[in-house]
Design a protein around this ligand. Structure first.
Ligand code: AMP
Ligand code: MG
Length: 527
């Protein structure tokens, strides 16, 4: 670690950059806040150079979305590798890179100070999407590394890159990946592995743990400064609120965003794996991809993280765990409440809508996944949904395929009474009579749709149920190939996951149940 000093100055290479690097980096939100208030939210810190970095992947479409040109990524890959590998600073910038301090609850227990142990904030870009923070993940140790090497192995970097883009493709709020820079530098995990740096971006990387940190230390000035700035920048709709109302409003808004996010995760079978409070985004993003997994078979109690022996973060626990985490956030906000006698009750009230918000949104998503008109629900829809999910769970049916195959590939009009389920659906079930019983009820319900709704039912099924998700074994295939220098699997997978609702017939094999070896894949916190 070489804090306070930069190893290289790109200026001396005398390269005139065009494209992405022409855009100045601005000081990031937390560092600016620290600068203005004199409070230590971040520490200046430089990356540790990587041996022979090269750009393995670059996300042109993200730059396009931001309205930034990418000519330098094409014409100067060596410079891009040096900058996004952490070897040299962003050209012509006076902004220093930083790591931020946070704390948190891990596996339900207070874990004390954590912080950006392997994430380095370069600064912010001003884009068509507004301010976007740019971080390097795996660029070497920081003051918060707690003995760790600050690196990320290629395997986990590929998983982070693919999954953040896959979540975006599914329409789920997430941090994004801009680039993956690989290097022959090795680090030891269970075995020696090569490392990589993912450039990840988000409007904000603030976590519940940032608030918890200053509350735990009784630093109410820092807590107040952080919360006020958070509201002004990321929750402007609350900026008119003052005093307790502002705190309560903030907690309610975070709870609302979290409830929506949890509903989205559950609806696509996404299991995060490490929902510690330091991995919970204050602005409702999916954050920190580690031992995550998309369900293959629908097993509600599935635990994807092998370090999670107690199943705290099992798939079906996630909405409840998010609620637990929101309570930890509420406790951290409590010291800011003026009216202490009523504070607990008011904060509790801000959280109270969470279970209903979650279940309403989840039901809405599942209703549309069944191709039913969400605006025109029927009282018996809840039973229809519950019985469908129970059917999948009882038989361990593949989650993604079951939903997608409600309609056959080219089927657009809703099935009529006495139509059988599509063959692709039936073949997923062992107990066909149970499927047929549920199917008969489903068809009956479909007949209640208006005629135009019935005629477009198949389109709705295909538009709400992805054909492709980042199954573990697909990520593994991409990793194995990339580890031997072949990025073609990664690139094809990324293309498919960018638009996962489309057919991509060439890649039909990626929309089938996993091979037997996938069951032996083991994911833990170590990455
Ligand atoms: P995670 O489980 O990845 O969310 O990480 C928990 C904490 O450990 C965070 O503060 C990380 O920044 C830190 N951390 C994880 N891996 C490393 C590493 N290889 N080196 C340093 N810090 C790490
Ligand atoms: Mg983390």
């Amino acid at each position: 670690m070489r804090c306070q000093a930069r190893a290289h100055r790109l200026g001396k290479h005398n390269i005139k950059m065009s494209g992405m690097f022409e855009n100045p980096l601005h000081t990031d939100f937390l560092s600016q806040l620290g600068h203005d208030s004199g409070i230590g939210f971040t520490t200046t810190c430089s990356a540790t150079p990587l041996q022979a970095p090269h750009v393995a992947v670059f996300n042109n479409s993200l730059l396009q979305q931001w309205g930034l040109p990418f000519s330098d990524a094409q014409s100067e890959p060596g410079v891009v590798a040096s900058v996004l590998g952490g070897n040299v600073p962003w050209p012509d910038t006076a902004v220093t890179s930083t790591a931020s301090v946070y704390s948190g609850h891990q596996f339900g227990v207070w874990a004390g100070q954590l912080g950006d142990g392997r994430a380095l904030m370069l600064g912010e870009l001003l884009t068509l999407d507004g301010h976007v923070e740019v971080q390097l993940k795996g660029a070497g140790p920081t003051p918060y590394s707690r003995g760790g090497d600050g690196r990320a192995v290629l395997r986990s970097s590929i998983r982070e890159y693919l999954c953040s883009e896959a979540m975006h493709g599914l329409g789920i709020p997430t941090t994004r990946a801009l680039a993956l820079v690989a290097s022959p530098t090795t680090v030891r995990r269970e075995v020696l592995e090569t490392t990589a740096v993912v450039t990840r971006t988000a409007p904000s990387f603030l976590r519940f743990g940032h608030v918890e940190h200053f509350a735990h230390h009784g630093d109410h000035e820092a807590l107040r400064t952080l919360v006020d700035a958070l509201v002004e920048r990321y929750f402007p709709e609350l900026s008119g609120l003052v005093g307790d109302q502002r705190i309560v409003g903030l907690l309610g808004s975070v709870a609302q965003r979290t409830a929506t996010l949890m509903a989205q995760w559950q609806s696509v079978g996404f299991c995060h794996g490490v929902m510690n409070t330091d991995n919970m985004s204050l602005i409702g993003l999916t954050l920190d991809y580690g031992p995550f997994q998309f369900l293959d078979a629908y097993i509600p109690t599935h635990i994807c993280n092998h370090s999670d022996s107690g199943g705290r973060y099992a798939f079906n626990q996630q909405p409840q765990i998010a609620y637990w985490n929101l309570h930890a956030l509420a406790q951290a906000l409590a010291p800011l409440m003026d009216n202490n006698t009523q504070a607990a009750g008011q904060l509790q009230q801000a959280l109270a809508p969470y279970p209903t918000l979650f279940s309403t949104h989840y039901t809405l998503l599942l209703t549309s996944k069944l191709g039913l008109a969400a605006a025109n629900t029927h009282p018996e829809d809840a039973d229809l949904i519950n019985d469908w999910m129970s059917l999948l769970a009882r038989q361990g049916v593949d989650h993604t395929l079951a939903w997608r195959n409600l309609a056959a590939t080219s089927q657009v009009a809703a099935p009529k009474p006495n139509n059988n389920p599509p063959a692709a659906l039936s073949m997923l079930f062992n107990d066909l009579p149970s499927l047929h019983m549920w199917w008969a009820r489903y068809i009956e319900r479909l007949q209640l749709l208006s005629e135009p709704e019935q005629l477009s039912w198949g389109h709705r099924i295909k538009a709400t149920n992805p054909k492709f998700v980042l199954r573990n074994h697909l990520a593994q295939d991409a990793i194995i190939a990339a580890q031997s220098g072949d990025w073609s699997v990664f690139n094809s997978l990324k293309t498919v996951l960018d638009t996962p609702f489309e057919e991509h017939h060439t890649f039909n094999e990626w929309a089938s149940v996993p091979p037997a070896w996938a069951a032996d894949l083991s994911l833990s916190c170590s990455s």
